[in-house]
Write a protein that binds this ligand. Structure first.
Ligand SMILES: *Cc1c(COP(=O)(O)O)cnc(C)c1O
Length: 343
């Protein structure tokens, strides 16, 4: 794969903004280079634009070189940056599966890029050939999401790899829910696939949605481009500090994941007993997609009870379905009590 053939010419030509913290990175006695206020430490200082300390910790955690890791303001940032790096507005297109996470379409619309949607089959799986066949010379990105949102299932690994190996552009594999899945991450195989970008996040299993921290993993050439075009200080000091602190607690994260997977199993059984539940789809994530009679009626009833789920009943292949996040014991109990009161 030739990266220079896929990138937009203006991005190849771009001379990135050079901040004070880029020009001088070492320790010093006196910093008078960034027009910072000397008071109000430590918040007076600009953060490290490349988040070196945090990145080295995350790289160790993920067993991946720092040169293959990009940190963003949630996964949403690398999604947008990939469009800006590879897709010429009004000319290029991307392929996404249908249904999937809504941000790919939004980022495409903002960047004026056509989205070519390829439907999943009834088992919510992809057909690699129909994805490849839908592409043309202007197709720069294919977005895959596994486990997929809102369907909850993992895509088959060999199907993902077939797309990666046969598509001439970049394949973005969103693994936001990978910690909850039986299928393993493709991250250990990243070296084999120069056109693969893997997205992960601290928003789900790690319980840090509020601090906004997402990861993109890819070959160093792609990571350099993302670093070149991002806002210079995309990860603020508060986020970097809090993440450094919370990442030490990987065992806690693993406990949460175990507990949520157990609760998901229980919730699945309880929901299946309800007479108005048509189907609870198998889930590899921290939510369940549930097909019911009168999805919108149940959705509105739950809102009256101050319980909010996601109404996906007008989403392709999810007709009549609600997406329900697995909460803690009390939250799940309140939901089930409310639903049982409908019988
Ligand atoms: C929740 C979610 C994310 C997380 O996005 P952040 O910006 O990192 O919070 C990414 N992808 C999918 C498919 C999701 O459902």
């Amino acid at each position: 794969m030739e990266l220079s053939k896929l990138l937009r010419q203006n991005i190849i030509n771009l001379k990135p903004y050079s901040s004070a913290r880029d020009e001088y990175t070492g320790e010093a006695l006196v910093f008078l280079d960034a027009n910072e206020n000397p008071f109000n430490k430590p918040y007076n200082r600009y953060p490290d634009p490349l988040q070196r300390e945090l990145k080295s910790k995350i790289a160790a955690l993920k067993n991946t070189p720092e040169s293959q890791l990009f940190l963003g303001n949630g996964s949403d940032e690398p999604i947008d940056l990939l469009f800006r790096a590879f897709c010429e507005p009004g000319e290029d297109n991307i392929i996404s599966i249908n249904p999937t996470y809504g941000m790919y379409q939004v980022a495409a619309d903002i960047n004026n890029i056509q989205v070519r949607k390829v439907s999943l089959d009834e088992d919510f799986q992809i057909n690699p050939e129909s994805i490849i066949n839908k592409s043309d010379k202007n197709t720069k990105l294919v977005f895959l999401c596994s486990p997929n949102n809102p369907t909850g299932n993992s895509l088959k690994k060999d199907s993902i790899i077939r797309v990666v190996e046969n598509f001439d552009g970049i394949v973005v594999l969103d693994e936001a829910y990978i910690d909850f899945a039986i299928e393993k991450s493709l991250l250990p195989d990243l070296e084999k696939y120069p056109n693969l970008v893997i997205l992960q996040t601290f928003s789900k299993a790690w319980g840090m949605a509020g601090i906004r921290l997402g990861m993109a993993f890819a070959q160093p050439g792609i990571i350099s481009v993302l670093n070149k075009i991002k806002y210079p200080y995309n990860i603020n000091i508060l986020t970097q500090q809090k993440a450094l602190e919370l990442i030490n607690n990987e065992s806690k994260k693993n406990e949460w994941v175990q507990e949520l997977i157990e609760r998901r199993g229980k919730m699945e059984k309880e929901l299946a007993k309800l007479p108005f539940v048509v189907k609870v789809y198998p889930s590899d994530a921290n939510f369940l997609l549930v097909k019911v009679h009168d999805a919108t009626g149940i959705y509105n009833y739950l809102i009256e009870k101050k319980i909010i789920v996601r109404n996906r009943s007008r989403v392709h292949l999810c007709e009549g379905s609600l997406r329900i996040t697995i909460g803690n014991e009390k939250e799940n109990k309140l939901l089930l009590e409310a639903l049982n009161n409908l019988i």
